[in-house]
Design a protein around this ligand. Structure first.
Ligand code: TTP
Length: 230
């Protein structure tokens, strides 16, 4: 039980005596979130939970990520409802370490991706309404709390370069315009807070830097990011 696990750690619990300090790393596709996770994986007080892209690519044999990119009008509800489920599971996942570091959150899936699909006409309004009903219910009835958001802010052109370079087959056709619109939604949410409230304070990192230079910033901001558990 959680009391026994508490004894495994010499350090006290970070907040309110019980909860783990939950950090979500956010940023556009290709912004450098995985590099961030790789870096913090090495820290002993951190448990890193990467995004379950592999699950989205194999739902009982169906590649829902691929379906969504091939025909978003037909498949984006299918895909985004599974993303929402897998994100909810991650929010609910108990970790042993004092700091839980997650890649993205249920919030960016809804506020950036679902919003983008709907706004651009790729997702029918009825599908958007259904996902919103689910999201609102989850928000009211479950614990999807995040304590800090780290926003890796990178220009859409740089993201596109990195996407090309990593060569994930489902993403080869992602147009710049798609990344620009997703970028704007991240900015609206995390910087301007125009449509949606951010669920936690936001620490912004310059994702336009070379990934090796970005690591220097990770090191510099480590104490803030890990709430002193570095
Ligand atoms: P990202 O979550 O942006 O992950 P990434 O691997 O691109 O991150 P980075 O390069 O910064 O390390 O996206 C993974 C894929 O899933 C991408 O093709 C976008 C897609 N996606 C959606 O379409 N909808 C969603 O709600 C989410 C969370 C991802």
């Amino acid at each position: 039980n959680s009391k026994e696990c508490y004894n495994d750690w010499a350090i006290p619990w970070p907040i309110k005596g019980k909860k783990k300090f939950t950090v979500a790393v956010e940023g556009n596709i290709g912004s450098g979130k995985s590099t961030f996770l790789q870096y913090f994986k090495k820290c002993k007080n951190v448990e890193v939970i990467p995004e379950p892209v592999h699950l989205w690519k194999d739902v009982q044999g169906h590649n829902t990520l691929d379906l969504m990119y091939k025909d978003s009008h037909r498949w984006s509800l299918t895909f985004q409802s599974y993303v929402q489920l897998t994100m909810l599971k991650i929010h609910q996942q108990w970790v042993k370490a004092p700091v839980k570091l997650i890649e993205r959150s249920i919030y960016s899936a809804k506020y950036c991706f679902v919003e983008n699909l709907h706004k651009s006409g790729r997702m029918p309004s009825v599908d958007y309404a259904l996902l919103s009903e689910w999201f609102d219910w989850i928000q009211k009835n479950t614990d999807i709390n995040v304590d800090l958001i780290v926003y890796i802010r990178a220009s859409p052109a740089i993201c596109q370069e990195r996407i090309k370079h990593r060569n994930r087959k489902e993403e080869l056709e992602v147009p710049l315009e798609y990344l620009q619109s997703l970028h704007q939604l991240h900015e609206d949410w995390l910087i301007h807070q125009t449509h949606f409230k951010t669920p936690a304070p936001v620490l912004v990192l310059d994702g336009n830097k070379d990934l090796s230079d970005l690591e220097i910033d990770f090191e510099k901001r480590k104490e803030e990011i890990l709430c002193g558990y570095n």
